[in-house]
Write a new protein. Structure first.
Length: 149
C-alpha cells in the first residue's frame, strides 16, 4: 500500500484543511486535454480563469498572444478552420510542480491536403485550480510556421 492509498486519497486529488478533496493541477490539465479531444470546449473553458493568457510563438497565422476565454476560443476556432477540422493532441507526459504543469505532446493536423505531426511542450500556470497562463514551445518552429502559413 502506498502513502496515497493509506491516506484514502484518490489518484489526482489532494486533501485541503477541513477534509475537502480537490483535484491536483495535473489532473485539471489532463481533464482539459480529454475534454478538448471530445470537442467539449465549454468543459475545457471551465479550467480557465476569466483573464487567462495564451501564447503561441513565432510567425504563423496562429502565433501571438491571446487574453481571456473569448480570445482563447477564437484561437481554437482559427486552428480548426486552418486545419479543416483535422487537429488532435496526443499527450505523452504531464509533469507538475507547485503552480506549473508541463505537458509533452504531439500535435497532429492536416492543412491543404498535407498531414503533419509536431512535438511540443505546453506550459500551464494555475492559480486556485484555474489556468492563468499557457505557453506553447514548439520542437521546430520554422516547420510549424510553414505548415500553418
Amino acid at each position: 500500500m502506498n502513502g496515497r492509498e493509506a491516506s484514502g486519497l484518490a489518484k489526482g486529488q489532494k486533501k485541503q484543511p477541513g477534509g475537502v478533496m480537490i483535484p491536483t493541477n495535473a489532473t485539471i490539465i489532463r481533464k482539459a486535454y480529454g475534454d478538448f479531444a471530445k470537442g467539449d470546449i465549454p468543459a475545457v473553458l471551465e479550467a480557465y480563469d476569466a483573464s487567462t493568457t495564451w501564447h503561441v510563438p513565432d510567425h504563423s497565422p496562429l502565433s501571438g498572444g491571446y487574453k481571456g476565454r473569448d480570445e482563447v476560443v477564437g484561437f481554437f476556432k482559427h486552428t480548426m478552420e486552418l486545419g479543416g477540422g483535422i487537429f488532435a493532441i496526443k499527450v505523452h507526459h504531464v509533469l507538475a510542480g507547485e503552480d506549473l504543469v508541463v505537458a509533452l505532446v504531439t500535435v497532429r493536423a492536416e492543412r491543404n491536403g498535407r498531414s503533419a505531426a509536431f512535438p511540443e511542450g505546453h506550459v500551464w500556470r494555475l492559480v486556485n485550480q484555474k489556468v492563468t497562463e499557457f505557453g506553447e514551445f514548439q520542437g521546430d518552429e520554422q516547420t510549424e510556421d510553414r505548415f500553418w502559413s
